[in-house]
Ligand binder design. Structure first.
Ligand code: MG
Length: 162
């Protein structure tokens, strides 16, 4: 018998000058970057939170406190690998991820294949189990004004039980 579970994750970070824009584990050329204690990769944080949620293993903020110097400028790819190990310890493997980044600019289309590769490798799954999408906020609200970038993720994990 296979036991499936799903989890949901959300994250957003403020866009500021003087920081690199890191999303999905890659640096994207842009005039601003995301502000945060770690690399502020909102997409990987949303995915990580959805995986922790699916495993009933708490949330990113509790597991990786942003006042912990260990995570200052930390790569969120390492964070995601760590979360995959936590989920694995509970006996689960990642089934699939579906995530959406909401941002006004830059356009992510050309970067999504590289992001997908990095996420698939970090989670130890084939790339066809990782879906990354991007959309704008039609000029509305903080995202529309270019003040920040948000990401949403749904994760499905499975455990085999005989
Ligand atoms: Mg975050």
């Amino acid at each position: 018998m296979t036991i499936p579970r799903v989890g949901f994750g959300y994250d957003c970070h403020r866009l500021v000058t003087g920081r690199p824009l890191i999303l999905g584990g890659i640096e994207i050329p842009y005039k601003k970057g995301l502000l945060g204690h770690s690399d502020a990769d909102a997409l990987l944080h949303a995915i990580g939170d959805s995986l922790l949620g699916a495993a009933g293993a708490g949330d990113l903020g509790k597991r990786f406190p942003d006042d912990d110097p260990a995570y200052k400028n930390a790569s969120s790819v390492r964070l995601l690998e760590h979360i995959r190990a936590l989920v694995g310890k509970e006996g689960y493997v990642v089934n699939n991820i579906d995530a959406t980044v909401v941002l006004e600019e830059p356009r992510l289309k050309d970067h999504i294949p590289a992001m997908t590769d990095i996420i698939a490798r970090a989670l130890n799954v084939d790339r066809d189990r990782i879906s990354i999408k991007a959309t704008t906020n039609e000029g509305m609200g903080f995202i529309g004004k270019g003040e920040g970038i948000a990401a949403f993720s749904v994760a499905s994990i499975i455990k085999r039980q005989d």
